[in-house]
Design a protein around this ligand. Structure first.
Ligand SMILES: Nc1ncnc2c1ncn2[C@@H]1O[C@H](COP(=O)(O)OP(=O)(O)OP(=O)(O)O)[C@@H](O)[C@H]1O
Length: 256
């Protein structure tokens, strides 16, 4: 198990510094919520970690490995997993085919890392079993033969999380995972995150605006404001801090 560390991570867009020298480490077995006002740099910070965006300065390490120069695909293989808003899905394939592809990719990845999983994964039935278990977890078993293109938006978002689970990353990055979901769909995703957290081996990063979700799930909260890390600590302390009350929740302003 390896800790994820960003050091001095920075990106500039022209004159605008969207993420400004963020140094932070994330321990396996903990869920860190990343909060901050709109435009604070949360998604951009994710993009820098996952390699979607090249950094202007700074580094990203997972354990001993320096990921800073790797493209997004290389970082995924190294163990960084991110649920993307639908871009990882194959719309012309069925739900089951999508998940099986991700399970297969995880198997291939395991070979590249030299792990001795061949005996397990070479078993076709085991592959199917794993895909079935994931689909049951995500409450999509009854739609396994549907084409992804025909699924409602909420189910597509759920499938996206299923694909991420299938890849079995060390680090799970969720960017507003329940955004746009209805009241029946959101609890399925939150329950999955809860279970991932209960496993106590995964590093989980969660960008989330809903403070009730953050309060319940986070072991730790970091706050970004204008691209800068302005608070970091246990949820109760961070939520009560003047910077969050004022800059994020607007409580102090409203009270004034
Ligand atoms: N590719 C880009 N080119 C130029 N500016 C960008 C780019 N990506 C992000 N920005 C700017 O960087 C800043 C941070 O944006 P970001 O989307 O990371 O904020 P956020 O905290 O995720 O906001 P939200 O909560 O609204 O999703 C914003 O001012 C945004 O306009």
């Amino acid at each position: 198990m390896s800790r994820l560390v960003t050091e001095n991570l920075t990106v500039r867009f022209g004159g605008h510094v969207a993420v400004n020298g963020v140094s932070c480490s994330f321990e396996p077995g903990t869920l860190t919520a990343i909060v901050g006002p709109n435009g604070a740099g949360k998604t951009t910070y994710f993009n820098l970690i996952s390699g979607q965006l090249p950094a202007s300065a700074g580094t990203v390490h997972l354990g001993d490995r320096d990921l800073s120069r790797l493209p997004a695909s290389g970082r995924t293989r190294a163990g960084l997993g991110r649920a993307f808003q639908l871009t990882n899905l194959f719309p012309r394939l069925t739900v089951l085919e999508n998940v099986r592809l991700a399970v297969q990719a995880a198997r291939d990845g395991a070979h590249r890392r030299g792990l001795n999983l061949w005996s397990v994964w070479s078993d076709h039935a085991a592959l199917r079993e794993r895909a079935d278990a994931i689909l049951a977890d995500i409450a999509l078993k009854d739609k396994e033969h549907e084409l992804v293109a025909n699924l409602p938006h909420g189910d597509q978002r759920k499938l996206e999380v299923a694909m991420l689970m299938a890849l079995e990353p060390q680090v799970f990055m969720f960017d507003e995972p329940t955004a746009g979901m209805n009241a029946a769909e959101a609890p399925v995703i939150l329950d999955l995150i809860r279970r991932l957290k209960a496993d106590r081996t995964k590093t989980i990063l969660l960008v989330e605006h809903k403070m009730d979700v953050v309060r319940e799930l986070a072991d730790r909260i970091i706050v970004l404001h204008n691209g800068t890390l302005v608070a970091d600590g246990d949820p109760a302390t961070v939520i009560a801090s003047p910077i969050v009350q004022e800059a994020y929740l607007g409580v102090a302003k409203e009270a004034a």
